[in-house]
Design a protein around this ligand. Structure first.
Ligand code: GUN
Length: 300
């Protein structure tokens, strides 16, 4: 049996707009009382095209929600010590509620050293060991923006997760690892039975075929095909890969990890690429910055 008539597009653009509008209204209640707005800063190192696009989108969303934003850009040749010095400065800046260091960083910089230097109170990406540990324990924290966005999609589209089998493909620190933990927690959009599969998994399709919910976060365009998808599964496609396409003005198109055309008649719901998880990541970073503002400054 096929579900073509029931296949639901999980619209991350519309949902991210709703969430940003909610944030904007909360911000207005503070600024109307004469408080300063939330302030997010971003550090961008080098000239990775995708990173620049993401940062521009984050900065733009700050403006849309009434936030102040600051962008600090550095040449790819910056040394680790200089970057750590900047992070120390931002950690100590009382006018700043949160900041992010856009990843990836140039190879000569140790990403772990950089992430661990960020104050957990300002770590609105939720990348520091303190926030990751708190997340795993179900304690108040900053949930990494992409997993947070996935949870919001599931919650707001009322996709029931309790008792369902979720298969997470990919074990990155930013997406696969945290979402595999979050889906198993005893909380809304949790209570899944979770299987985490990755590049070393033998017979990966065997596990994916059993999933009620598939989180595709491996970064291989069009990896997920119809024969791997159980009839009626929900597919969350986290892939955002630039694929060369000389017919387009930009010279590339954005491809997801799921072969949308191939699987669309098999799944019950799917996030499109672009327009699914991507915009939600930005919205949840904004939401985390509002939380940081409320925790560190606004709500007292
Ligand atoms: N690179 C890819 N995704 C992200 C993200 O969510 N935050 C940061 N800082 N870098 C990224």
């Amino acid at each position: 049996m096929h579900f073509p008539n029931f296949m639901q597009i999980l619209d991350g653009i519309a949902l991210s707009k709703t969430i940003k509008e909610e944030v904007k209204q909360v911000v207005a209640t503070y600024t109307d009382k004469g408080k300063r707005p939330p302030h997010l800063a971003a550090i961008l190192v080098g000239d990775n095209g995708a990173s620049k696009t993401y940062i521009n989108s984050k900065i733009k969303s700050c403006g849309e929600c009434g936030f102040e934003s600051s962008l600090f850009t550095f040449d790819a040749s910056i040394g680790e010590a200089e970057l750590l010095q900047k992070i120390d400065e931002l950690n100590k800046d009382p006018k700043l509620d949160g900041f992010i260091v856009q990843l990836p960083l140039p190879k000569h910089i140790n990403e772990n050293n950089i992430i661990q230097a960020i104050s957990p109170e300002k770590d609105v990406d939720g990348f520091t060991p303190i926030n990751f540990g708190r997340m795993a324990l179900g304690l108040p924290c900053y949930i990494p923006a992409t997993p947070f966005g996935i949870l919001q999609i599931l919650e707001r589209y009322k996709i029931s997760t309790s008792g369902k089998h979720a298969v997470v493909i990919g074990r990155s620190n930013i997406v696969g690892k945290p979402i595999s933990i979050l889906l198993g927690l005893n909380q809304p959009s949790g209570n899944c039975t979770v299987t985490l599969v990755h590049s070393k998994t033998i017979h990966i399709e065997h596990y994916i075929q059993q999933a009620d919910i598939i989180i595709c976060a491996l970064g291989i365009p069009h990896f997920l095909k119809s024969e791997m998808v159980k009839e009626g599964a929900v597919v969350i496609d986290v892939g955002i890969t630039r694929v060369d396409d000389a017919t387009l003005p930009k010279g590339y198109r954005i491809a997801g990890d799921a072969d949308f055309e191939n699987i669309k008649n098999k799944c019950s719901a799917i996030t499109p690429v672009p327009g699914g998880v991507g915009p939600m990541t930005v919205a949840m970073l904004i939401k985390n910055t509002l939380l940081a503002y409320q925790r560190n400054y606004g709500d007292h």
